[in-house]
Write a protein that binds this ligand. Structure first.
Ligand SMILES: [Zn+2]
Length: 102
């Protein structure tokens, strides 16, 4: 009997840190918030907008709240996060939570 499956190197997945729980997670499990070069904060669902990005776990309202409350999010972006964006983020985070691939 041979055991060859034990130490397969995993494919490289881009990892990013959630600003709520500070854990490194695969980028696709996170929601990206981006500050555009003009200074506008928006939610970047495709992960392709240019600008400075910050991440929180998709599906975890707790992470988002923590990231906002501790100001980690605004610090990472370098600008305050408008309430409107926080509210939209909350909706996106919750959306990311359902229908996940568990
Ligand atoms: Zn998190």
């Amino acid at each position: 009997m041979s055991e060859t499956s034990a130490v397969k190197p995993q494919k490289k997945i881009p990892m990013r840190q959630c600003l709520g729980c500070r854990e490194m997670k695969p980028k696709r499990e996170l929601i990206r918030v981006v500050r555009s070069p003009e200074g506008a904060v928006s939610i970047d669902l495709r992960g392709k907008a240019s600008g400075r990005g910050a991440y929180v776990c998709g599906g975890s309202a707790a992470c988002l709240k923590r990231a906002v409350k501790s100001r980690a999010l605004s610090r990472a972006l370098g600008v305050p996060v408008p309430d409107e964006i926080t509210a939209r983020l909350e909706a996106e985070v919750l959306k990311a939570g359902d229908g996940g691939d568990e």
